[in-house]
Write a protein that binds this ligand. Structure first.
Ligand code: R5P
Length: 330
C-alpha cells in the first residue's frame, strides 16, 4: 500500500484511543502493552437503580477509538457497558469506533432452527451498530453467518494459529494422535488442525435434545482405538458435551486425551466437571477471563494462550490501513 495512503489514514482517524469496559481488564491491559498505548481513563458507575453511567476523562474528538469488551458474566451488564461506551464515543465525535469483541454475545442464537424463536446474534449486531460502532473485530465466531448480521466492516479472526503452534510443541509427547471434533459444527475447523498436525480425524455426532444446556453425545465417526486424542471445539460452556465426548472416546479405546477449546465460558461447575476427567492437558485462550476459582481445579493441566498479540496487531493494522490477511499469508 502506498505510504501516502497510510499517512492519510492516520490523519483521517487520529491517534489510537484504547478503552475497555469491566469484562476483561487483564486482556485489555495486555493489548495496551502490545500497542504501547495507555488504557484511556473513564468512569463506569452503576446507580442504585442498576442504570450504568459512563464518563470519559479526555476528549476523543477526531480519534481512532477501540473498545475491548467480551461476553463474560454478567453478560447483559457487560453488553450494556459496551453499548453505552460506544454511544459515548460517538457523541464525543470520535472519528472512528471499533468494537473489539473477543467472544461474541449470543453467538449460538444464529438461526431459526425451530418455529417461534429469535435470532439473537442478529439483534446484538444491530445494537452494536446502532450504538455507534463503525467496525468490529472478533475471534472464532460460533457460526460464520454472524458476519452477515453486521452491515459495517469487521475482522473475524481465528485463534487457530495460536493453538496449533502450541499443539505442535507438545505433539512429540503424543502417541499417534487423532484430532476429534466434539461437534460437527466444528468439523471444518477441526480439519485444519488435523492437516497441520498431519494426523487422522474423527468426529462426534452430537444432538441437543431440548433447548436447555444438556447435550447428548451420540456417535463416533472414525477410529481412535489405541490412539491419543486431541478433542477440539470452539467453546466449552457447561462442559456437558465434553464430559460425554470423553466418556464416549474412552469407551472406544482412546489412550491419552488432550482438550482444546477457544472460548472458556466454563459456566456452573464446568471447571470441576472437566478437571475430574482423565485429560492430560486443557488448552484454551483468554478470549474470556477465567477466574481464580475456575482455574484452581485444573491445576497445572490448564494452558491459557493469549490472544492479545493477535488482537493488538490487527488493531494496529486497522489503524494504519494495512492488510490483515498479510499476517496469515493470505
Ligand atoms: C456447540 O454448539 C458448541 O460448539 C459447544 O460444543 C457447546 O457450546 C458446548 O456446550 P456445553 O459445554 O454446555 O456442552
Amino acid at each position: 500500500m502506498p505510504i501516502s495512503f497510510q499517512r492519510h489514514e492516520r490523519m483521517l482517524y487520529g491517534d489510537i484511543k484504547l478503552y475497555t469496559g469491566s469484562s476483561c481488564p487483564e486482556l485489555a491491559g495486555k493489548i495496551a502493552n502490545y500497542l504501547q498505548v495507555p488504557l484511556c481513563e473513564r468512569e463506569i458507575i452503576t446507580f442504585p437503580n442498576h442504570n450504568i453511567f459512563v464518563k470519559l476523562h479526555s476528549s476523543v474528538r477526531g480519534q481512532d477509538c477501540f473498545v475491548v469488551q467480551t461476553a463474560t458474566p454478567p453478560i447483559h451488564r457487560n453488553l450494556m457497558e459496551l453499548l453505552i461506551m460506544l454511544q459515548t464515543l460517538r457523541l464525543d465525535s470520535a472519528a472512528r469506533i471499533t468494537a473489539v469483541i473477543p467472544y461474541m454475545w449470543y453467538a449460538r442464537s444464529d438461526k431459526k432452527d425451530q418455529p417461534r424463536v429469535p435470532i439473537t446474534a442478529r439483534l446484538i449486531a444491530d445494537m452494536i451498530e446502532v450504538a455507534g460502532a463503525d467496525r468490529y473485530i472478533t475471534i472464532d465466531l460460533h457460526a460464520g453467518q454472524i458476519q452477515g448480521f453486521f452491515t459495517v466492516p469487521g475482522d473475524v479472526l481465528t485463534s487457530f494459529h495460536i493453538l496449533i503452534d502450541y499443539m505442535l510443541t507438545i505433539q512429540p509427547m503424543m502417541h499417534e494422535p487423532v484430532v476429534v471434533t466434539a461437534d460437527l459444527g466444528f468439523a471444518k475447523k477441526g480439519r485444519n488442525f488435523a492437516q497441520k498436525l498431519n494426523t487422522p480425524m474423527a468426529f462426534i455426532e452430537k444432538r441437543r435434545l431440548r433447548n436447555d444446556s444438556k447435550a447428548q453425545a451420540w456417535t463416533l465417526i472414525g477410529d481412535i482405538k489405541d490412539h491419543d486424542v486431541i478433542i477440539v471445539d470452539d467453546e466449552i460452556d457447561t462442559g456437558g458435551s465434553m464430559v460425554q465426548a470423553v466418556n464416549l472416546l474412552k469407551s472406544k479405546g482412546a489412550r491419552d486425551i488432550y482438550m482444546s477449546f477457544v472460548h472458556p465460558i466454563l459456566s456452573l461447575n464446568a471447571s470441576e466437571r472437566l478437571a475430574a476427567l482423565p485429560i492430560k492437558q486443557f488448552i484454551t485462550t483468554d478470549t474470556l477471563p477465567i477466574s481464580k476459582e475456575n482455574r484452581l481445579p485444573f491445576g497445572d493441566r490448564l494452558k491459557i494462550l493469549s490472544v492479545s498479540s493477535l488482537l493488538g496487531e490487527v488493531m494496529l493494522r486497522a489503524h494504519e490501513g494495512r492488510s490483515v490477511g498479510e499476517m496469515f499469508n493470505e
